[in-house]
Ligand binder design. Structure first.
Ligand SMILES: Cc1cc2nc3c(=O)[nH]c(=O)nc-3n(C[C@H](O)[C@H](O)[C@H](O)COP(=O)(O)O)c2cc1C
Length: 201
């Protein structure tokens, strides 16, 4: 059993970017790490094992400038967890937009959760362009930061880190539009159809 528990808070946990970031983090950690996907919905059972861990890494996507409800449900359970020894909580958040600072509110939400519930807040890595960066030549940029984050987590330290594609906003928006238009075309959906609020039908 590892000293750390990585909780994947993505609603699409088994196929998520958070899972890919967590896998890289595990490569760079010296400490052993166990992993739990919130989609398994075993929150109570998992919370009861927390006393065994030194650190808890919350790996999740930014949803509407905040936390996905799947992670909130886990945190709700965690709020009721009472133990003498509580793990240090770290954040590994990724978002679709270019700027890592988009994740700042989500980081503050976790910090507030920790303060309210007697957990120590450790380190955070905020990843901008997180949906795309792993499949581009810029992957070393994010890997470098994941290594720094792994070191901070291993040491139970207090670092606030960020990573993003080294592109201008204009270039990023252009490349994203091209990607999504091609993706739509592959699924027989036009740009105009994607720009409507209609999801189905
Ligand atoms: C419902 C929903 C809301 C989102 N809200 C934001 C947002 O507010 N800002 C942002 O930059 N990205 C947003 N995204 C993009 C995700 O953060 C991004 O796709 C991320 O890589 C998903 O990670 P995951 O695969 O681990 O779930 C949103 C995605 C979805 C599906």
């Amino acid at each position: 059993m590892g000293k750390l528990l990585i909780v994947n808070g993505s609603p699409r946990a088994p196929r998520s970017n958070s899972k890919r970031y967590a896998a890289l983090l595990r490569e760079y950690l010296n400490s052993g790490a166990d992993e739990y996907n919130v989609t398994e919905k075993r929150h109570r059972e998992i919370c009861e094992t927390l006393g065994r861990y030194d650190g808890l890494v919350l790996a999740f996507p930014l949803y509407a400038d905040g936390l996905p409800v799947t992670l909130m449900r886990f945190l709700k359970e965690l709020e009721t967890y009472e133990a003498e020894k509580k793990p240090v909580v770290h954040v590994l958040v990724n978002c679709g937009f270019l700027e890592p600072e988009q994740n700042d509110t989500a980081v503050e939400m976790i910090r507030f959760f920790c303060k309210s519930n007697g957990f120590l807040f450790g380190s955070a890595l905020r990843i901008g362009s997180g949906e795309a960066i792993l499949d581009t030549p810029f992957v070393p940029t994010v890997k470098r930061k994941l290594k720094k984050f792994a070191k901070a987590v291993d040491e139970g330290g207090n670092k606030l880190l960020k990573a993003r594609m080294p592109l201008t906003k204009k270039m990023f928006v252009g490349a994203s539009a091209k990607f999504w238009e091609a993706y739509g075309a592959k699924n027989h959906i036009t740009k105009e159809e994607m720009q409507t609020m209609k999801i189905e039908g």
